[in-house]
Design a protein around this ligand. Structure first.
Ligand code: FAD
Length: 323
């Protein structure tokens, strides 16, 4: 980190952060991206539904993005930001922030764009984490086409499980709902499942069957093995909000159909948080955002940050002119 003070520090270099850095670099702002290098979709082999780059490996898409942002002067460094603090206003009334990394480096910036993403917390079934993003899946738009017409299981852990089963039925006519620790479906839901040809299996799933490094089925507490080639789970989406929390922001619970699906940091539509000078974009503030949406949100926030700096530059210029 060569710059001691820059216009904007971007915390997190995934799709949202790099898109913001690209736009800010093109707006002739000095930008430093600090990235811990753990994008959420790293376990997946390809990024889908990214127009113009369909089926690109996640690391390749980010490498392209880093090159594009760096091409407009953005500096991108590896590191994990531990905390950020608001600096006292200087004599000209300009606010600013100090960002400190876990290894003790610090940098100051006029504005912050925080794009730290979220953590997928998986249900506590042995083996799920090892196969996450490969055959243990959550998002039909990310993976549905790749497992189309295959035997799919849906692991119920909450009230959204029936909805998930009905969703995945769009991609395969062989879907089984494992009731596991989820609630008993209502009469209406049982009718919907039956009408769509979705099997329902009672009992807890205790293990995953794997052969030749492929997921082949689930084991129930009874010992019964049900062959499957993909297993859909409801992960809890927990915003990686530590940096924003260090600035005084609080994550709030996100509900969907009466179920809490995770936490996020609220912003306005441009990504502005309740702390003036701090923006957030991507999964840290919108849990269901996909890669292209995260990139779009990073761009939107970058525009707002640049607009804010333009107004500040103008205010400082007027004050200097009058002096
Ligand atoms: C298995 C899986 C497959 C997916 N497949 C697809 C798909 O095919 N298509 C699609 O559109 N979406 C897909 N998604 C969703 C996609 O991952 C997200 O939409 C996208 O990653 C959000 O981008 P982001 O920039 O907000 O966060 P991320 O991509 O997670 O980037 C956040 C970055 O910030 C860094 N970071 C975090 N904390 C700090 C810190 N304190 N200091 C510095 N850096 C930090 C992280 O290391 C990471 O590099 C998938 C998700 C999963 C889990």
């Amino acid at each position: 980190m060569q710059q001691q003070r820059c216009d904007v520090v971007v915390v997190g270099g995934g799709a949202a952060g790099l898109s913001g850095a690209l736009a800010l670099g093109r707006a002739r702002r000095s930008v430093l991206v600090i990235d811990a290098g753990e994008p959420r979709n790293a376990p997946a082999s390809h990024v889908h539904n990214y127009l113009g780059r369909e089926s690109t490996p996640p690391a390749e898409l980010l490498a392209i993005g880093r090159g594009e942002a760096a091409g407009y002067g953005a500096e991108i460094v590896e590191g994990r930001v531990a905390s950020a603090e608001k600096l006292p206003e200087d004599g000209a009334g300009e606010p600013g922030f100090r960002v400190v990394t876990e290894d003790g480096r610090s940098v100051e910036a006029r504005r912050l764009l925080v794009t730290t993403g979220l953590v997928d917390e998986l249900p506590p079934v042995p083996g799920l984490a090892e196969r996450w993003g490969r055959e243990v899946l959550h998002c039909p738009y990310c993976h549905g086409h790749e497992v189309a017409d295959r035997p799919i299981g849906v692991l119920a852990t909450g009230p959204l499980a029936v909805h998930q089963a009905l969703m995945w039925r769009q991609w395969s006519d062989d879907v089984t709902l494992f009731l596991h620790t989820g609630p008993e479906p209502t009469e209406e839901e049982y009718e919907q499942l039956a009408a769509r040809g979705i099997a329902v299996v009672d009992g807890e799933v205790t293990d995953l069957e794997v052969a030749d490094d492929r997921f082949t089925g689930v084991t129930l507490a009874s010992g019964r093995v049900v062959p499957r080639e993909a297993l859909v789970v409801q992960a809890r989406f927990t915003a990686r909000s530590a940096v924003l929390e260090s600035l005084g922001l609080e994550p709030v619970a996100q509900e969907m159909a009466g179920a809490v699906i995770g936490t996020y940091i609220p912003t306005d539509p441009t990504g502005a948080t309740e702390v003036p000078g701090v923006w957030a974009a991507g999964n840290v503030t919108r849990l269901t955002e996909q890669v292209i949406g995260a990139a779009a949100a990073g761009l939107m926030a970058a525009g707002a940050v640049n607009g804010d700096l333009i107004m500040e530059d103008t205010r400082l210029a007027v004050a200097a002119r009058r002096a």
